[in-house]
Design a protein around this ligand. Structure first.
Ligand SMILES: [Zn+2]
Length: 142
């Protein structure tokens, strides 16, 4: 009917009445510190949180693939960081697994980006990297 507006699309992620906009946009995908720009994504876009409701298969495929790639790269970067922290502390993967927990293969998995260390492990590793003199003390109470 003339003058009658289309039923608004509300963003389910915001869940506060934010109205989504229908259109084609370049979308930035973020996984930790890794970002990817995916061009010409068609769908309903939330102007507030960036949520997308896809309206075609091609856009959802390309955005999904970009997100997967970004996460693979982010995890690989995380693995490299863990490896360099462990090496700075002059621990083998097995020694690190025994000290921080998680078993003998834990650091192998973290460094290959196949698993995430628990937050407590990541924090302790970061703390010891900043204060390597504390390693002996941690080893004595472990
Ligand atoms: Zn939203």
């Amino acid at each position: 009917m003339v003058g009658q507006s289309r039923t608004p699309h509300y963003c389910l992620a915001c869940d506060d009445g934010t109205v989504m906009e229908l259109g084609v946009k370049d979308v930035t995908i973020v996984a930790k510190h890794v970002t990817r720009v995916v061009k010409d994504i068609a769908g309903w876009h939330c102007p507030k949180c960036g949520e997308i409701e896809f309206i075609d298969h091609d856009s959802s495929e390309r955005a999904g693939r970009a997100l997967e790639d970004a996460w693979i790269e982010a995890r690989a970067g995380e693995g490299r960081d863990i490896r360099s922290q462990r090496k700075r502390l002059k621990l083998t993967q097995v020694e690190a697994g025994q000290l921080f927990g998680g078993g003998a293969n834990a650091f192998s998995r973290y460094e290959k980006g196949k698993a995430h260390p628990p937050k407590s492990t990541a924090l302790l590793l970061e703390l010891l990297t900043r204060h390597p003199d504390l390693l002996r003390e941690v080893q004595s109470i472990a």
